[in-house]
Ligand binder design. Structure first.
Ligand code: NAD
Ligand code: UGA
Length: 463
């Protein structure tokens, strides 16, 4: 089977960049990305591709090349489903906020809505691809809905999880470590898998395209995120021990990372990991393990989250303790709000939780982030429901440059590792602050000796 028409439901951080790269690399395939969110689609169609809703280095150029040629963004979900041979489901799968599994399980209501809509519309056989991150065995539920509510056409369900990281989405998509495709071992299943392999083979070498059964594929995605997050919690746990013993976490990370069995990546101690997925996916994994009665397995992975929450709280506590046990009415400048550099995404960013703690201590927070708007920062805080929106609004001031944010501050906290922070005139910033001037580097991006020689009281993570 030769694929010429693809539809993707969900024009978010995964659907948008993934489909843009498929369209760029496969000019003979028509790719339509659909979403219920009209504003989001309008933004994807903005004539100036610098205004597309997701900031990722290199993305606006790819959209400019492919959009209108073979890449389309639309709100006409049913039309796109009807026309496509392959339908990617790339909608959000957040942690449930209600009912059974609240706070742990993945909320699959958006997935089920997609399955029902596909079943209703499809008049020809289709391949349905799980691109969203899903609990193991979700394909079974999707298949049941498709087969029981459809028009008698045949569906093949594939699992094709996405491993891109935000901030490097384009390079990750162009040069993936592997493409994982899970499907049935029946002749029809294998035909569907091979059709999807042929799409990726336009730019990914076949030895990097891995075929598995559906359950292995679904579970591999949760496992990958659990392992990655576990490395961060492990190094962060060691960071506190370093602070107590005089060891230095960056030296420890380098020393262990040179062991080829451990590897050097993902060993940066930090204020704690954020992002839309690590926490949600591990909670989901814990929930699944518990639902099979695997208490020890569940407890093992839950500790990764417990450690991460502790690391965020430890950072805000350290600020309060260092500032003579009170930050009331003090201006604390935040450099960075995004959960990592090179993205405008703030979901689960450590900055939100640190700000919330410090506002509880009646601090005034002055934030500068190169890509995050004030409205986004406030809605992140409001979402926690710790206090009224009016109070958040009055406690947070935002600036369009770091120098103004830091002026007259008692302390600076670096929450995101944006490159520009390392090239500032730190003497000028120091001169404009209250003394003693405290600098809490939650990302260890500055040189402690240099900062101390300027006069800062510098506190990194793990040293
Ligand atoms: P997102 O919230 O940015 O985008 C999801 C989009 O789906 C939204 O625009 C929403 O309006 C749309 N949507 C929801 N229900 C819909 C429906 N019934 N019909 C049409 N549109 C609908 O989410 P995301 O970050 O792109 O994540 C999507 C999935 O990919 C999640 O399962 C996530 O775990 C997984 N994932 C995310 C990343 C990442 O870096 N963000 C990486 C790998 C995997
Ligand atoms: C992560 C995974 O890296 C992707 O492979 C996966 O596809 C994605 O989750 C997903 O499923 O959503 P992402 O969350 O976008 O990607 O970004 P990461 O680079 O993994 O960073 C996550 C968080 O960990 C950030 O807050 C980052 O600052 C932090 N981090 C990362 C550290 O604190 N230390 C490190 O060494 C690495």
């Amino acid at each position: 089977m030769k694929i010429t028409k693809i539809c993707c439901i969900g024009a978010g951080y995964v659907g948008g960049p993934t489909m843009a790269v498929i369209a760029q690399k496969c000019p003979n395939i028509q790719v339509t990305v659909v979403d219920l969110n009209e504003q989001r689609i309008k933004d994807w169609n903005d004539p100036n591709t610098d205004n597309i809703p997701i900031y990722e280095p290199g993305l606006s150029e790819i959209v400019a090349e492919a959009r209108g040629r073979n890449l389309f963004f639309s709100t006409e979900v049913e039309k796109a489903i009807d026309e496509a041979q392959v339908i990617f489901i790339s909608v959000n799968t957040p942690t449930k906020t209600y009912g059974k599994g609240k706070g742990m399980a993945a909320d699959l209501k958006y997935i089920e809505l997609c399955a029902r809509q596909i079943a209703k519309v499809a008049k020809q056989n289709k391949i349905v691809v799980e691109k969203s991150t899903l609990p193991v065995r979700t394909a079974e539920a999707i298949k049941s809905i498709l087969d029981n509510t459809g028009n008698g056409v045949q569906f093949q369900i594939l699992s094709n999880p996405e491993f891109l990281a935000e901030g490097t989405a384009v390079t990750d998509l162009l040069n993936p470590d592997r493409i994982l495709i899970g499907g049935d071992s029946t002749p029809e299943g294998e035909e569907a898998i091979n059709a999807l392999v042929d799409v990726y083979a336009n730019w990914v070498s076949k030895d990097k395209i891995l075929k598995t059964n559906v359950w292995s594929s679904e579970l591999s995605k949760l496992t990958a995120n659990a392992f990655l997050a576990q490395r961060i919690s492990s190094i962060n746990a060691m960071s506190e021990l370093c602070e107590k013993t005089g060891a230095d976490i960056s030296e420890v990370a380098k020393a262990i990372g040179m062991d080829s069995r451990i590897g050097s990546k993902f060993l940066k101690a930090s204020v704690g990991f954020g992002g839309s997925c690590f926490q949600k996916d591990i909670l989901n994994l814990v929930y699944i393990a518990k639902s099979y009665g695997l208490t020890e397995v569940a407890d093992y992975w839950e500790q990764v989250i417990i450690m991460n929450d502790y690391q965020k709280r430890r950072f805000s506590n350290k600020i309060v303790q260092t500032l003579y046990n009170t930050v009331a009415d003090k201006k604390i400048a935040f450099l960075g709000w995004a959960f990592k550099k090179d993205t405008n995404d703030t979901r689960e960013s450590a900055a939100i939780y640190v700000a919330d703690d410090l506002i509880n201590e009646q601090a005034k927070i002055a934030v500068y982030d190169p890509k995050v708007s004030r409205n986004k920062m406030l809605s992140d805080l409001d979402y926690l429901e710790t206090r009224s929106a009016e109070e958040n609004n009055s406690k947070v001031v935002t600036f369009d440059n770091a120098y103004d944010a830091c002026k007259d501050a008692h302390a600076i906290a670096i929450l995101t590792e944006w490159d520009e922070f390392t090239s500032y005139d730190w003497q000028k910033i120091y001169d404009s602050m209250h003394k003693p001037a405290f600098l809490f580097d939650g990302r260890n991006i500055l040189n402690s000796k240099e900062m101390e020689s300027i006069g800062f009281i510098y506190k990194g993570i793990g040293s």
